[in-house]
Design a protein around this ligand. Structure first.
Ligand code: IMP
Ligand code: MG
Length: 175
């Protein structure tokens, strides 16, 4: 069995400070009315919990689940909705809340899908962005941190469903 090493890339203190800034920015950017925060399961659950509490405006919390990665480190390239919204978003201000933008395949698919339901606006908030890995252009309105091309875990992000509960974002090194 391979031995995995974890190295802290972004500490929980850094994450919390950045999320306070993102929440304040979102509060400023939106007109009256509730903001629909759509968390993408499972990876975004921690970020959504903290970001939603950094937003002082009225919000609605919704979830979707998408599968594209299976258990590996690279995308299968195939995106599938595993759990859809159970609310109507027509006319709503929607923020898709994602853990990380990597190839951009997931968010391109998701944005197109939700756009068909005619929300008033749709933006993306992602805790992490790996711009070097992009295959599809995606506009991410709210980015926590840009990171290098390393596989990271913690703060909701997993490797084969492990490590989601780590408070820091860590680089997973396999030896
Ligand atoms: P994309 O479609 O390639 O942009 O994939 C985005 C999804 O891939 C994210 O929601 C994560 O679940 C997963 N992912 C991408 N990079 C990492 C990583 O470094 N660690 C853990 N999951 C990752
Ligand atoms: Mg994921």
């Amino acid at each position: 069995m391979s031995q995995n090493n974890l190295r802290v890339l972004i500490s929980s203190e850094q994450i919390q400070a950045r999320i306070v800034e993102l929440g304040a920015q979102i509060d400023k950017d939106y007109p009256e009315g509730p903001i629909y925060l759509i968390g993408i399961l499972k990876g975004a659950y921690v970020f959504l919990a903290d970001l939603s509490r950094a937003i002082k405006r009225s919000t609605r919390i919704e979830f979707m689940a998408i599968s594209s990665y299976g258990r590996g480190k690279t995308s299968s390239g195939e995106v599938k909705v595993v759990k859809d919204l159970d609310t109507v978003i027509e006319g709503a201000d929607v923020v898709i809340v994602e853990d990380i933008v990597d190839s951009g395949v997931t968010l391109t698919y998701l944005t197109q899908l939700l756009q068909q339901r005619r929300p008033r606006s749709i933006r993306i908030a992602a805790l992490l962005d790996k711009p070097e890995r992009r295959l599809r252009p995606v506009e991410v309105a709210y980015v926590g941190f840009q990171i290098p091309d390393e596989f990271v875990v913690g703060y909701g992000l997993d490797y084969a469903d492990d490590y989601r509960n780590l408070p820091d974002v860590c680089i997973l090194e396999q030896s």
